[in-house]
Design a protein around this ligand. Structure first.
Ligand SMILES: CC(C)(COP(=O)(O)OP(=O)(O)OC[C@H]1O[C@@H](n2cnc3c(N)ncnc32)[C@H](O)[C@@H]1OP(=O)(O)O)[C@@H](O)C(=O)NCCC(=O)NCCS
Length: 325
């Protein structure tokens, strides 16, 4: 169902909010890089995320979930919402730096919250800068509370040849893909009721951003990993980004998680990547320890904020990778 565009509204700044169009994407990309690059103090803010691509790929994944702020005919901010079935999160949220503190982010957040309501998401959240009182204070106004640190991690892929059993979503026929999406839904729902990664799996497949790796125990799906690889994706040149991965719970979960990490390494190698990157919410302590054991090291840490402080699938025994960046 396509959500109804929210009515434009007036801001203290005079900005109005509408859905972003394809023709807005270059301006949104510029604001995204300048805003984050400026906040992080980069010498050239436009270099933020290098040749990784977040804006066009996310807009293509769901054009009805990207809000733009406009002032005097110019684009000045944007926010992206993502729905994973019963789970929703937002970001990147960015406002042109000369207009910070004028309420534009709050104008963008209002329709985002309405969209979450229309989607009926039960677990909602975001990833932000743990050290920023401004960011935490802003999101608290909407009922999001800071919970666990989330580590953005990486490890070198190396060249060692391993032979893990896994298959690729991209290799399936049309009808097989439909059946596979159903199997993925069953797996993710067994971890958190209604969690559904269809949007990400199809975005990667339709836009050729990487692949979704699947691990099986006989005919039962036990693990899946949605990976981006290379420039023009959320990974960037030379990198493979595990955007989401999980394995079925139970006694064999740690072993299956290690197998899935190996599959990701092998996929990264086949895609010409030298580095594997992934984010881990530290509430998922067992999985975090497995990542450390597999040679991942944190490069940055942020914090995940969750609506009503509900943990969702952020539990110690859940073997799942994501970071909502
Ligand atoms: C973060 C960002 C989107 C905020 O945009 P903005 O338009 O400046 O935000 P707003 O003016 O709507 O809201 C700022 C709010 O922060 C809160 N805030 C600011 N300083 C605060 C503090 N020290 N303690 C608590 N709350 C604080 C206030 O609630 C303030 O709103 P109010 O003064 O109207 O009550 C913008 O600064 C930006 O683009 N930053 C770079 C990119 C980025 O960090 N994106 C978000 C990543 S999660």
């Amino acid at each position: 169902m396509t959500p109804t565009p929210p009515a434009p509204r007036a801001a203290q700044s005079g900005a109005t909010i509408r859905l972003a169009h394809e023709s807005d994407l270059p301006a949104v990309d510029r604001i995204f890089r300048v805003a984050f690059g400026t906040y992080l103090g980069l010498p050239d803010p436009m270099q933020f995320t290098g040749d990784a691509e977040y804006i066009r790929t996310r807009w293509l994944a769901d054009p009805a979930a990207v809000f733009a702020a406009e002032l005097d005919g110019e684009l000045v901010g944007a926010n992206f919402a993502t729905r994973w079935g019963s789970v929703g999160f937002f970001g990147p949220l960015a406002v042109r730096p000369d207009l910070w503190g004028k309420g534009i982010a709050q104008l963008l957040l209002a329709p985002t919250m309405e969209l979450f309501d229309r989607w009926g998401v039960r677990h909602a959240g975001l990833f932000t800068f743990a050290a920023s009182a401004k960011h935490v204070g802003l999101y608290q106004k909407y009922g999001f509370w800071p919970r666990f640190l989330t580590a953005l991690m990486e490890r070198q892929i190396g060249t060692e040849n391993t032979t893990t059993q896994w298959t690729r979503f991209s290799a399936l026929s049309g009808p097989e893909k439909l059946a596979c999406l159903e199997a993925c839904r069953e797996l993710t729902s067994s971890i958190y009721d209604g969690l559904d990664l269809e949007r990400e799996i199809l975005a990667v497949d339709n836009q050729h951003l990487g692949d979704t790796l699947l691990t099986w125990n006989l005919s039962q799906l036990v693990g899946l990993a949605v990976c981006h690889a290379g420039r023009g994706t959320e990974a960037g040149s030379g990198k493979c980004y595990i955007k989401f991965a999980c394995v079925r719970g139970g006694p064999s979960a740690p072993r299956e998680f290690r197998r899935l990490l190996n599959a990701c390494r092998e996929f990264g190698l086949s895609a010409g990547a030298a580095t594997l990157i992934a984010g881990m919410n530290l509430a998922r302590l067992d999985a975090y320890r497995e990542m450390l054991g597999a040679g991942f090291r944190a490069t940055t840490q942020g914090v995940v904020m969750e609506r009503n402080a509900e943990p969702g699938y952020n539990r110690p025994d859940v073997f799942l990778i994501d970071d909502w960046r």
